[in-house]
Design a protein around this ligand. Structure first.
Ligand SMILES: Cc1cc2nc3c(=O)[nH]c(=O)nc-3n(C[C@H](O)[C@H](O)[C@H](O)COP(=O)(O)O)c2cc1C
Length: 158
């Protein structure tokens, strides 16, 4: 079984968890990068005029262009671990763009999110809907500063 960890991380928390997962599973890793990365100001959810707030208010603005959606050797991977932050209770939308533009057929997909306090919600199910195909498993939620031991326990359970 060949595993790839795909993640989006705006502020580094999901990146850390994704790297820990990849290390535990001896998996390859791929970062989803928006063409226009989010700055600290963009992410200020306390400001109703910030980029993230405006995109949250208007779903039509959430169709984020990515640097690339082409993963080297995508066809070779049987299992994809998909990591993302929670924004206002749902998956950070750069991840939806990646999911929509890739072919998930023949792949087992295991989502995880990081958040400050929210749960996974329906974020994994919504991504599954965007994907159209693939064998999507239930996701899991990690605290934004998840301890390596917690991450290892989850990896061992897969
Ligand atoms: C725009 C924005 C919205 C957020 N919304 C939520 C939320 O609804 N619930 C929550 O628990 N955390 C929320 N957070 C916190 C992030 O989910 C959390 O810090 C996450 O681990 C960030 O991952 P990252 O550092 O990989 O980007 C939000 C953060 C941002 C920037």
């Amino acid at each position: 079984m060949k595993t790839l960890v795909v993640y989006y991380s705006a502020e580094g928390h999901t990146k850390k968890v994704a790297e820990e997962v990849a290390s535990n599973l001896s998996a390859d890793i791929f970062e989803i990068v928006p063409e226009e990365p989010y700055t600290k100001e963009d992410l200020d959810w306390t400001n109703p005029d910030s980029r993230a707030s405006r995109e949250n208010d208007n779903p039509e603005l959430r169709d984020i262009k990515l640097k690339t959606t082409e993963v080297p050797n995508w066809a070779e991977y049987d299992r994809i671990i998909l990591g993302y932050p929670i924004w206002w209770g749902i998956a950070a939308w750069p991840v939806n763009a990646f999911v929509k533009l890739n072919d998930w057929s023949g792949k087992t997909v295991i989502p995880f999110c990081t958040s400050h306090s929210s749960g996974l919600g329906d974020s994994d199910l919504n991504l599954k809907d965007d994907a159209k195909n693939g064998d999507w498993k239930d996701g899991t939620r990690f605290f934004q500063d998840a301890l390596p031991a917690k991450i290892k326990t989850w990896c061992d359970s897969l």
